[in-house]
Design a protein around this ligand. Structure first.
Ligand code: FES
Length: 653
């Protein structure tokens, strides 16, 4: 057997290794350590190294990008010595992190490159140095302001009542030098009139503090972007669980609650209170006064917007499922009790039908689906799994009640995707010990959606649960046990958790997750079927949702949440609903495009027949009753079973 010299960098240690030795064995020979969260199964990507000289034989290259392979990267557990070589251990966590092609991260939100407030923004500020009235020039104050604005091409000024009684005093106390904040037009009044919102003392062309809000009212999570309307940049974001959760985890239970006593008023004040709490948090953190918030774009599913605007949603729940409105005109923040400038317009964006609302039309705008020639499947993984299939020529959509599990609600140790949330998990095939990654590093506090998807997949692939999600309690590990809530897996012991309690995934949690993924899978399977397409024909699969900033698509396929397509077809976009609201907030063109998108979408009512129910029951397995639809998972599960059998025989093949 030939022996070769392998040198490890940066340590500079060299060892003699026989042909066929894996790099991980070689590392041990050199007295060096490298974590192997998946136990050397080639699944986790945490043993990535870079071959800088010579070559090695790479057994599996699936999960590394062509560019990384070209640059000599390899999974140490899947690479064998075949000659002299120099191998570099990666220096930093950042270099190691997310190298796998299965690791999809949402892009950082940036203002559209060509944002031009003068062309795009309806909220404008104009510096007015007005001549003081004289007998010769005795026009009224309103007309004087109007004349000042005419110099900027602004015609036909509307001054709302609350403001009109105050303009005289403001003009005189500022010595006729003021800044007019106006809204030039809205989607339902594209030609104006121009509405005066504020008269600020001093004539400044770009007064400090011209802000707006993009608000996503999710059934489970409310998310807000604070936006600088001058630069178009997102200054800060804040999110919180929707205060309405306490009155029902899903939209149907809230519709029922709204129909009882003063249930509707209660739900309205709960969601508005959640929004005001977030506005207060953003304003305090960024030294912004609420009266500097001059506009808000709001999205949410149709029921959430009814419950936000105080419109009874009862007619949506019963056939023929008719909402009161899907394209409401803007309302004043003051009238809604929201802590923005009282004359700021709150613009609820257009929806399509009973269960497909503005969060989806905004998502379609944000992901560019309606401009793409490629056949695209867009899935918003949230409490109501909304789905769109199509391209620039046609758009079909449907919605299915998935439940809040992927947003961490209704799960014992679930949490939002924020600091302290476990967002990725690997389980060592042999020891059943987990390795996890936490958002913001630090001690874990719970599991967010991305982490729940990863843990469920790892439990299944390593054979600790069966395809129905039941724990195999005969495993030789303290991690699988009967706890206070029944069978469970311990992903973090109390000693390592910020909560001081074990972080577990229970059998009940698993059932909720399987039902949630089953509903979403069934939704897009039925949608594709309804237009006579197979899922293989999908060229792009876009995933949105506020369950994390990261998604391991391989694991989402392994549990049967996403179809078994080539990984490069997947893109994870993060919260597309609030992204679309942000684009509509910035640009009147985007706002009117949204109107057009909503008008073009064809809605498929899933509860109209049994197709969905049949598809749903078949999807209540990991990954699905029909394994033929998941060839890559079938191969992996078979390999996992063999390895498990081997480990229960004490590791000997
Ligand atoms: S991929 Fe090598 S240890 Fe997991």
């Amino acid at each position: 057997m030939a022996v070769h010299t392998v040198t490890w960098l940066p340590a500079g240690r060299s060892v003699r290794l026989a042909t066929g030795t894996t790099l991980t064995e070689g590392l041990r020979e050199a007295g060096l350590e490298l974590g192997q969260p998946c136990g050397g199964q080639g699944r986790c990507g945490r043993c990535v190294v870079q071959v800088t000289a010579g070559s090695v034989r790479r057994r599996s290259t699936l999960r590394l990008s062509p560019a990384d392979l070209e640059a000599g990267y390899a999974l140490a557990c899947q690479a064998m010595v075949e000659g002299d070589a120099t191998v570099r251990l990666l220096a930093t966590e950042a270099e190691l992190e997310r190298r796998m092609v299965t690791d999809k991260c949402a892009r950082r939100v940036e203002a559209p490159f060509d944002y031009d407030p003068a062309r795009d923004q309806t909220i404008r500020a104009f510096a007015l140095a007005l001549p003081e009235p004289t007998l010769a020039d005795a026009v009224d104050d309103w007309a004087r302001v109007e004349r000042g604005l005419a110099a900027y091409g602004i015609r036909g000024l509307e001054i709302p009542l609350p403001l009109l009684p105050t303009i005289g005093e403001r003009l005189r106390s500022s010595n006729w030098r003021v800044t007019a904040i106006v809204e030039t037009d809205t989607w339902h009044r594209p030609g104006g009139p121009v509405r005066l919102i504020e008269l600020l003392p001093g004539a400044a062309q770009a007064p400090a503090g011209l802000f707006g809000l993009a608000i996503d009212i999710g059934t489970t999570t409310v998310t807000i972007y604070l936006v600088d309307l001058h630069s178009g940049q997102v200054i800060d974001t804040a999110a919180e669980y929707n205060g309405q959760i306490a009155r029902g985890e899903d939209v149907i239970s809230r519709v029922i609650y709204a129909g009882k006593n003063n249930g509707l008023d209660e739900l309205v004040s709960l969601v508005r209170a959640t929004i005001n709490t977030l506005i207060g948090r953003l304003a305090a953190r960024n030294h912004v006064r609420p009266d500097q918030l001059y506009k808000a774009s709001v999205v949410g599913n149709t029921i959430m917007l009814h419950l936000f605007l105080g419109i009874p949603p009862a007619s949506i729940r019963l056939a023929p499922y008719i909402p009161a409105a899907t394209r409401p005109t803007p309302w004043l923040a003051g009238a809604l009790g929201l802590e923005l400038h009282p004359l700021a317009n709150v613009d609820c964006l257009p929806g399509v039908a009973s269960y497909v609302g503005a969060d989806i039309t905004a998502g379609v705008l944000a992901c560019g689906l309606a401009d793409s020639q490629a056949l695209t499947l867009f899935i918003d993984v949230g409490t109501n799994g909304e789905i769109v299939l199509g391209n620039r020529d046609w758009l079909m959509t449907c919605a299915c009640s998935a439940g809040p599990a992927f947003e961490g609600a209704g799960v014992l140790c679930g949490m939002r995707a924020t600091r302290g949330a476990i967002e990725e998990v690997w389980i060592n095939q042999a020891t059943h010990e987990p390795t996890y990654r936490v958002i913001g590093e630090g001690a874990p506090r719970g599991l967010c959606g991305s982490g729940l998807i990863a843990l469920l997949a790892e439990l299944f692939i390593t054979g600790l649960i069966d395809k129905r999600g039941n724990f195999k309690l005969d495993q030789d590990t303290p991690r699988v046990r009967i706890g206070d809530h029944g069978a469970e897996y311990v992903v973090a012991w109390a000693a390592e958790a910020a909560t001081g309690r074990d972080i577990v995934l229970t059998a009940v949690d698993i059932d909720n997750l399987i039902r949630a993924k089953g509903a979403i899978f069934a939704g897009f399977a039925v949608l594709a079927q309804s237009v006579g397409l197979s899922l293989d024909a999908v060229e792009r699969l876009l995933v949105g949702g506020s369950f994390g900033q990261y998604l391991n698509v391989e694991k989402a396929v392994q549990i049967g949440l996403l179809p078994d397509l080539a990984w490069e077809r997947f893109t994870f976009l993060g919260n597309t609903a609030v992204l679309g609201a942000y684009l509509a907030l910035l640009s009147r063109q985007a706002r009117s495009r949204l109107q057009a998108i909503a008008a073009r979408m064809t809605y498929l009512e899933l509860s109209a027949d049994n197709t969905f129910y049949d598809a749903f029951t078949s999807a209540l397995f990991l990954p699905h009753t029909d394994l033929g639809q998941f060839p890559t998972v079938a191969r992996l599960a078979a390999a996992g079973e063999d390895a498990l059998a081997a480990s229960s025989r004490g590791g000997k093949p």
